[in-house]
Design a protein around this ligand. Structure first.
Ligand SMILES: NC(=O)c1ccc[n+]([C@@H]2O[C@H](COP(=O)([O-])OP(=O)(O)OC[C@H]3O[C@@H](n4cnc5c(N)ncnc54)[C@H](O)[C@@H]3O)[C@@H](O)[C@H]2O)c1
Length: 374
């Protein structure tokens, strides 16, 4: 085995301690430098959660300069969305490869800056679009790619949906404040399932976007989800639900729905796609809404065989982490080996996604279709 590479995580909240740090701590090719977080309470939680996995107090940093001077090769960025850009640019200046949590940033202009910083510093910039790494998604890709012999053919339309009944995350936290998060369920949830649709379609450029956004149940404390503390007086100035349609270059299209709060029967995460030869359903449903440990995942490939409808269904081991840890591992391996994993998102995927999301917010605000000019 060669020299270990040095890795760290910036931000010590939920995504860091549950999805990122445990993977670095367990990787034999990694020397885990530690976690940077200015908040004492977060560092204490890190120690409590990750102590049993081997994290020690000496691996917790509150000083950015000291952390950034540790000779890091790679980091995961797990801070509130509004800080993705500045933290990523600081990493690029130190020649550190970056896995950045989703959304890439709070708007496309910031993403363009991040891509340019990565290019100038010659470092890798990868987005945490983890749904690509769900077991049933990996099975699906093995059927969809390469396109020339796919049983589904070329994917031309998709319906992407992540809808919650009572799933406002930590009312009053940074998640529900537009200035810090960039928005509600459009930027927080639908990004996961829209990435599946776009990736399957070859990341076509969106040309027209039509979207709505509502704030129904915005002050309903029953609509708060099971994560974090919800404050009835906290700031909540983002949408609670949205739906719309996107047209792409080449005539492809996608409809989407996203909600944190809606009067629906159950939470559902799904990407349904229609191709020139067959179709696909990829879906997560929950025993208990919002609790990943109770999720049921499936993928069905829909075909016509010998003149009859036929389905090919993936029945695999559950991954409650929804591909999040597998995606981190793929990032680590790609940096260690120098070999690109074709499922890892390209920097431009994040830019295309954020241009589309910016257009959704603009369309919802103006009540008009928005053209994206490339
Ligand atoms: N891929 C997924 O499914 C998934 C799931 C949850 C969250 N996320 C994303 O992960 C990111 C973090 O979300 P979270 O749920 O962990 O939030 P969180 O609020 O639990 O944690 C954020 C942490 O970042 C720290 N922080 C703030 N500014 C910092 C800075 N400049 N340097 C270092 N630390 C800083 C805060 O003190 C806090 O401890 C967000 O972008 C979110 O969208 C992704």
């Amino acid at each position: 085995m060669g020299k270990k590479l040095k890795a760290g995580v910036i931000g010590g909240g939920g995504s860091s301690t549950t999805f990122h740090a445990p993977v670095y701590l367990a990787d034999e090719n990694i020397e885990f430098v530690g976690i940077l977080d200015p908040a004492e309470i977060s560092r204490q939680r890190c120690l409590k959660t990750l102590g049993p996995l081997g994290l020690t107090a000496s691996q917790l940093f509150d000083d950015e300069k000291v952390f950034m001077d540790q000779g890091l090769d790679m980091v995961s960025i797990c801070v509130p969305n509004v800080q993705h850009r500045s933290v990523m640019v600081a990493c690029a200046e130190k020649k550190i490869h970056v896995l950045c949590e989703k959304p890439p940033a709070i708007n496309a202009g910031e993403v363009a800056e991040m891509i340019s910083a990565a290019e100038s510093a010659n470092v890798k910039l990868v987005w945490q679009f983890n749904n690509r790494f769900r077991p049933e998604a990996r099975w699906m890709w093995s059927h969809i790619f390469p396109h020339y012999n796919s049983p589904i053919g070329d994917i031309v339309t998709a319906q992407a949906e992540w809808v919650r009944r009572n799933g406002i995350p930590g009312r009053g936290s940074w998640f529900t404040q537009k200035a810090m998060s960039g928005g509600g369920p459009i930027i927080d949830l639908s990004i996961h399932v829209m990435d599946l649709a776009l990736f399957a379609m070859g990341y076509p450029k969106p040309t027209y976007v039509m979207a709505t956004a509502s704030d129904l149940f915005i002050n309903d404390m029953d609509a708060c989800g099971p994560w974090g503390f919800s404050d009835p007086d906290g700031i909540m100035d983002v949408e609670t639900a949205s739906q719309g349609m996107v047209l792409f270059e080449g005539g492809k299209s996608m409809q989407y729905r996203a909600s944190w709060a809606e009067r629906i029967v159950k939470e559902r995460v799904a990407c349904v796609m229609q191709g020139t030869k067959g179709g696909v359903l990829l879906e997560r449903t929950f025993g208990q809404d919002g609790i990943d440990d109770t999720a049921i995942d499936k993928c069905i490939i829909v075909q016509q065989s010998f003149g009859q409808p036929s389905n090919n269904e993936f029945i695999g081991l559950r991954d409650p982490f929804m591909g999040r840890r597998t995606s981190v591992k793929a990032f680590i391996d790609s940096i260690v080996s120098g070999q690109r994993n074709p499922l890892l998102p390209e920097p431009e995927d994040g830019l295309t996604m954020m241009k589309m999301i910016d257009a959704m917010y603009e369309s919802a605000k103006t009540g008009k279709p928005v053209e994206i000019v490339w």
